[in-house]
Design a binder for this molecule. Structure first.
Ligand code: COA
Length: 397
């Protein structure tokens, strides 16, 4: 406004002969790297100390002392539950696990060749057709929807897994924990406690990680006052990519391709020569190591001892030694998580859907937070296309 009126004042006075200053070139923040977009109270990533807290609690401490359900409560409600709150939360989650018959029919119709992240994205989106929801509705309504998603997503993944294999589904069981029930629904049995513990650990570590790509996607969708189902559906699409959640699947494909520790170095040098990314390494925020890796690595070692299959940690050690030693690039959470899920018996294309089972808590907390203090997320772009030109009628083109 001030600049506009200044221009008017100068017009025709002979005092504005100097050429107009060129507008400053906008600074491009490719990939939004290093840009702080908003404030969150859900989690804090501290790359300088390689640490991560959820609502103020160190993630390693949570993994050592809590079950996944306690951490889910913490992320959604902001505080760790007391016993009464925990019992009510667990009973609520267990009571919501079953899917409706039409929902199961939708899942049954998916092409058997579809990737489970694509079927999950559609199965979650289906829930959004069962009611009309909008962003900015009372927080309690979105919290209720978040509980539904938390309880039902494992049932969607497991039903799809069994239908794909031509098997009948296993109904969810209300007497089992979140993790136990998932194994039961997939495999019809519950493994020993140490396997459940390792799985629970992976869910705790995967639950939340500030403004990562999928969470930011959820916040962008929420910021237009769209609904939680749309935001979570979009977030699943973002998580699927191998630069984000899909890396845990890619890691295991690589380990299987390498197959033996003595082949690991040659394989890695071929990747270097081809200038390929090595999946499961590197992080946009952590440059000196991912805070979650030591805890997940310990869980992988427990699974290795339990299964007697040490190949994957041996190959991992060769890759990790060279990547850190020669490139200074550290493993991220997906690196130990991939082989951990393999030792638990999951098909590789189930790994990223498992990530969703957990990350739904972080996404929901961010959706609630965005709704509570919303501003439409709409950045600017610099234009790099053709100069403005005249449209010629088709007869003259
Ligand atoms: N393998 C090989 N080289 C890698 C690498 C990897 N996994 N991760 C980073 N680098 C290289 C980059 O190519 C870049 O090299 P250059 O300087 O010659 O261009 C250099 O290391 C610095 O990269 P950086 O800017 O730190 O990476 P980023 O922030 O743009 O990317 C990721 C972060 C996660 C996208 C990237 O590390 C990656 O693609 N990792 C593999 C996928 C993965 O595991 N994703 C899960 C993340 S939790």
């Amino acid at each position: 406004m001030a600049a506009g009126s200044a221009r008017k004042r100068g017009a025709g006075t002979g005092r504005s002969r100097k050429p107009a200053a060129k507008p400053a070139e906008p600074v491009i923040h490719k990939g939004l790297a290093g840009v702080t977009v908003d404030t969150t109270s859900v989690s804090k990533v501290m790359p300088e100390t390689n640490s991560l807290t959820y609502r103020g609690y160190a993630v390693q401490d949570l993994a050592a002392k809590c079950r996944f359900e306690e951490v889910a409560y913490l992320i959604l409600h902001g505080e760790l539950p007391n016993r009464r709150q925990y019992r009510a939360f667990v009973a609520d989650e267990r009571g919501r696990r079953e899917l409706t018959r039409p929902h199961l029919e939708v899942i049954r119709q998916f092409p058997k060749s579809a990737h489970p992240m694509d079927t999950l994205r559609t199965a979650v989106s289906y829930l959004g057709t069962t009611e009309t929801a909008w962003g900015g509705e009372p927080r309690e309504r979105d919290l209720d929807r978040a509980m539904n998603l938390l309880a039902k997503i494992p049932t969607m993944i497991a039903a799809d897994y069994r239908f794909r294999k031509g098997q009948t589904r296993r109904r969810p069981r209300g007497d089992l924990s979140f993790s136990e029930n998932f194994f039961h629904m997939c495999f019809g049995k519950v493994p020993p406690a140490k396997v459940i513990r390792a799985f629970d650990t992976s869910l705790i570590l995967y639950a939340e990680h500030s403004f990562n790509a999928s969470t930011f996607t959820a916040r962008v969708i929420t910021s237009s006052r769209s609904d939680i189902y749309s935001a979570v559906t979009g977030a699943i699409g973002s998580l699927k990519g191998p630069l984000h959640g899909g890396a845990n699947e890619a890691v295991m494909h690589n380990l299987l391709e390498i197959a033996a520790p003595e082949r690991a170095e040659a394989w890695l040098r071929e990747r270097f020569a081809a200038k390929d990314l090595v999946m499961g390494f590197g992080h946009r925020v952590y440059k000196q190591g991912d805070s979650r890796v030591p805890t997940m690595r310990a869980a992988l070692e427990d699974l290795t001892a339990w299964s007697g299959d040490s190949r994957w940690v041996e190959i991992s050690d060769v890759l990790q030694g060279i990547m850190i030693g020669e490139k200074g690039i550290h493993p991220n959470l997906d690196f130990p998580a991939g082989p951990a899920y393999y030792l638990m018996g999951f098909d590789i294309d189930m790994y990223t859907p498992i990530f969703v089972m957990s990350r739904i808590t972080g996404w929901a907390a961010h959706i609630l937070e965005q709704n509570a203090d919303n501003s439409l997320i709409r950045p600017l772009s610099a234009y790099g296309g053709a100069s403005q030109r005249e449209v010629k009628p088709i007869s003259r083109r």
